[in-house]
Design a protein around this ligand. Structure first.
Ligand SMILES: NC(=O)c1ccc[n+]([C@@H]2O[C@H](COP(=O)([O-])OP(=O)(O)OC[C@H]3O[C@@H](n4cnc5c(N)ncnc54)[C@H](OP(=O)(O)O)[C@@H]3O)[C@@H](O)[C@H]2O)c1
Length: 245
């Protein structure tokens, strides 16, 4: 597998959960990371820790992925600092639980804006640079984007969108050397759900569902594919998932 030592990786949603775990996973392999999320104080703490523990550069960039200009500036900042971009991890995402009948416009639009528009903006900004490096775009989708989810059709639909967009994008840019990969976690112990209600790390006991570090390691594996190969899609589920599904 190819080395990612010295590569530059932009990670959205890097202030918590899977994004933060991915930053640790790729920094362990020597990649420089550009950390994006809205909570800059958190990103700064994570960057300090990463630079102390690894011989890499970690750059925090305050970014709301729903703001096109901020996303463009994020990618520009990464390229200005490192001269190139090797990977984008499209991870920022959120959920508001709710029945369709009673869901208000704000919850609907926020889920759509973050989970779909954000991934589009970041991909569009990154692609010209990834074409130069034969780079990789990773999309964090979900089990909820593969099977109907009665408890939350809107969130599920954003993840079906993610998978559809990612695979079609691979068709468009694969010939230019860009790899596109999708990872589908089932439940992961993170702050997911904190926008409204209980965080998944409070809902599930330690060891009961997937840890974010496992998803971070899977994403690092995706970034290490070489030459013509790509991990098109990876399902990383908890082992008892189909018992409860
Ligand atoms: N946890 C699960 O069970 C699970 C399962 C399958 C898929 N996923 C997917 O995994 C991804 C990461 O979720 P997680 O579990 O790590 O959740 P998390 O711990 O809640 O982290 C979500 C991240 O997204 C960022 N974010 C939210 N809105 C944003 C915005 N407008 N602009 C920029 N960043 C934003 C948050 O940062 P700020 O608040 O600082 O902006 C945070 O860093 C999501 O796409 C989610 O759908 C999660």
């Amino acid at each position: 597998m190819q080395s990612i030592d010295g590569n530059t990786v932009v990670i959205t949603g890097a202030s918590a959960g899977i994004g933060r775990a991915t930053a640790h996973a790729v920094a362990t392999a020597g990649a420089n990371v550009v950390l994006a999320a809205r909570r800059l104080d958190r990103l700064e703490d994570i960057a300090t820790t990463l630079e102390r523990e690894h011989d890499i550069t970690a750059t925090p960039v305050s970014t709301d992925v729903t703001e096109r200009k901020q996303v463009d500036e994020l990618v520009e900042a990464a390229v200005d600092e490192h001269g190139a971009l090797d990977a984008l991890v499209n991870n920022a995402g959120l959920v508001f639980e709710g029945e369709v009948e009673t869901m208000d416009d704000e919850d609907y639009h926020t889920m759509m804006d973050v989970n779909t528009d954000g991934m589009f903006y970041a991909s569009r900004a990154a692609l010209p640079h990834l074409k130069k490096t034969d780079g990789t775009v990773v999309f964090v989708a979900s089990f909820a984007g593969q099977y109907p989810r009665s408890s939350n059709p809107v969130y599920a639909a954003t993840k079906w969108w993610t998978r559809g967009f990612a695979h079609s994008l691979q068709g468009q840019v694969g010939g230019d050397g860009v790899a596109v990969s999708v990872v589908n976690p089932s439940e992961v112990r993170t702050e997911f759900g904190s926008g409204r209600g209980e965080q998944s790390k409070d809902r599930y006991d330690e060891g009961a569902v997937t840890d974010p570090e496992a998803i971070g390691a899977a994403i690092r594996f995706m970034l290490r594919q070489e030459d013509v190969d790509t991990v098109s899609e990876m399902n990383l589920y908890r082992r008892d998932k189909f018992e409860t599904f």
